[in-house]
Ligand binder design. Structure first.
Ligand code: SPV
Ligand code: MG
Length: 308
């Protein structure tokens, strides 16, 4: 009976343990790598990935997962327009949590209605999610990488600060973090606007700032980090080097970033391979030509613990 109660309390404490891991890991490493996971198998692969960074020679791994609105939506064949409801996002995360141990940051889109936001923050905390990133857009959200090719509206500073304050008030644990995502560089409203917003969001209680950019040289992200750090040396600073993909992790770390998110790469690599295999099998009338690009049967059996 005592043993039963003990194992029950250990199980119940798992969300607490996982939730706390993100802050601990940033504290330990200064800057960490986070990679997108859109389902349990992609999360398992990310959880087990490790290698030597060729810049430093150090053995490195991903410190956690990004639950991306883009890849969660794409996995379900849906556009990235805040269409998946919170239940669907939570259920996806819960499936990932069943088979992994690393912490997770959720892409919270715009955070939705401020009246709903507090409830959602607590649901995320209960599950063991470590942080939410919400972007300062309003109305029908479109993916940031479209920039101004599509109609996207930035929220007012005042209204977004209210959302941040409400979210922080709702939070029940000290481990959880709310990070504000500035879309000024995405929407071409300029560096000064980006900084003005980042300062206001930080003052409103955001634990950190994510600066997003679709520029391919990455220069504006470095300028932002330099200027932001003069005012807020200790807040968490996050970047997503999808467009400026030549920039290395170590350069971002040196620039003052704490979290580098590879936001869609598990999905993009998997589905490109699926396209190729499905084509090859059709064209050749057999699977032989596709085999060299496939995980072996042994590989897939060994990937899932307890298969044997
Ligand atoms: C996502 O992964 O859904 C993001 C990052 O929000 S981006 O797609 O670059 O906007
Ligand atoms: Mg998104």
């Amino acid at each position: 009976m005592l043993e039963d109660n003990l194992s029950k309390s250990i199980k119940l404490s798992i969300p607490n343990i996982r939730r706390a891991k993100l802050k601990e890991s940033v504290k330990k490493h200064g800057c960490i790598r986070i990679i997108e996971a859109h389902n349990p198998i992609s999360a398992l692969i990310a959880e087990n990935a490790c290698g030597n960074d060729i810049s430093t020679g150090l053995n490195v791994e991903y410190e956690g997962f990004w639950s991306s609105s883009l890849t969660d939506s794409a996995t379900k064949g849906k556009p990235d327009i805040e269409l998946l409801d919170i239940k669907s996002r939570l259920s996806n995360i819960s499936d990932i949590f069943e088979v992994t141990s690393k912490p997770l940051i959720i892409d919270g889109d715009t955070g939705g209605h401020v009246e709903h936001f507090s409830f959602n923050i607590r649901a995320l905390e209960r599950l063991g999610v470590s942080a939410i990133i919400i972007e300062d857009k309003t109305g029908l959200k479109k993916n940031s990488l479209f920039g101004n090719e599509v109609n996207q509206l930035q929220d007012t500073i005042e209204s977004f600060c209210i959302k941040i304050t409400k979210g922080k008030e709702a939070q029940l644990t000290t481990d959880f973090m709310l990070i504000a995502r500035v879309e000024s560089l995405i929407l071409d409203t300029g560096m000064d606007d980006a900084l003005k917003r980042a300062f206001a969001y930080s003052q409103s209680g955001a634990d950190g700032i994510m600066i997003h950019s679709r520029s391919s040289d990455g220069k504006e992200v470095f300028e932002f980090a330099k200027r932001y750090r003069l005012r807020f040396p200790n807040k968490i600073l996050v970047c997503v080097p999808t467009s400026y993909n030549h920039v290395k992790f170590e350069e971002l770390k040196t620039a003052g970033f704490n979290i580098v998110i590879y936001a869609n790469h598990m999905l993009r690599s998997a589905y490109k391979a699926m396209e190729k295999s499905s084509q090859l099998i059709l064209e050749n009338g057999r699977t032989f030509e596709a085999e060299s690009d496939l995980l072996s049967i042994k590989g897939i059996l060994n990937l899932i613990p307890d298969n044997r």
